[in-house]
Design a protein around this ligand. Structure first.
Ligand code: NI
Ligand code: MN
Length: 226
């Protein structure tokens, strides 16, 4: 599966020829200056929660691509009210069969207010089960025992977890999360963007390796095969 990192918690995967973008926050990210949002293609945009660092480019990207926005009910209502009708509402615990595979919404322990103060529902993560591989994007979350349920639902090839600490779990808890999820390949996101979440990448990579896990930290703009 092709995985492209756009910085912070923004990334895209390609499954069955569908381009699936997550948490678009690019044009306001100082570290992602090299990425031109207008050139990003999307058939789907998945949004984990309403915070500005996850929806910054959502409306523009939705409008220019016509992509279907998938998120919790409150966020899809917010998107619809702002003039983009192609949405699919979900909520925690639910799953849906899309044309590229099945997605199940997982629990995320975080908050979800939208940038204009609107109520953004509860934050979620997403488990993707596809013919081209399975992964979990946790969204912004603390470490939670709920992650121990994930192996009952999917055998993960990889997981995308925040590692920046302060607002979410950090490296040490992400290692425990990987163990709960029975997943040995982690893509780290949600780090370095702001002062609060700067990490020592070499130390983080070493800690994962010491736990028998692989931490991938692709460069912004890099596409990896995963
Ligand atoms: Ni957040
Ligand atoms: Mn965030």
């Amino acid at each position: 599966m092709k995985f492209t990192y756009y910085g912070h918690s923004s990334f895209a995967v390609e499954v069955k020829g569908k381009k699936i973008v997550f948490d678009p926050f690019i044009s306001s990210n100082e570290l992602a200056r090299a990425i031109d949002v207008n050139r990003i293609e999307a058939d789907y945009i998945f949004v984990s929660h309403g915070h500005a660092d996850h929806v910054g480019d959502l409306m523009d990207l939705a409008r220019t691509t016509g992509a279907q926005v998938v998120s919790n009910f409150e966020i899809t209502e917010w998107v619809t009210k702002r003039g983009h009708a192609n949405v699919h509402p979900m909520n925690t615990g639910g799953k849906w069969a899309f044309d590229f595979g099945t997605v199940k919404c997982t629990v995320a322990h975080h908050s979800s207010g939208l940038p204009d103060g609107s109520y953004g529902g509860n934050p979620v993560g997403f488990i993707f089960t596809t013919g081209e591989g399975n992964f979990h994007y946790s969204g912004d979350t603390a470490l939670t025992f709920d992650m121990e349920l994930i192996p009952r639902w999917a055998k993960l090839d990889y997981a995308v977890l925040p590692v920046g600490d302060n607002f979410t779990m950090g490296v040490d808890d992400a290692i425990i999360a990987a163990e709960f999820m029975e997943c040995n390949k982690i893509v780290g996101v949600h780090y370095d963007t702001f002062g609060y979440i700067k990490i020592d990448k070499a130390e983080a990579t070493r800690k994962f390796a010491d736990a028998g896990l692989t931490l991938l930290l692709p460069a912004i703009g890099e596409t990896i095969d995963i």
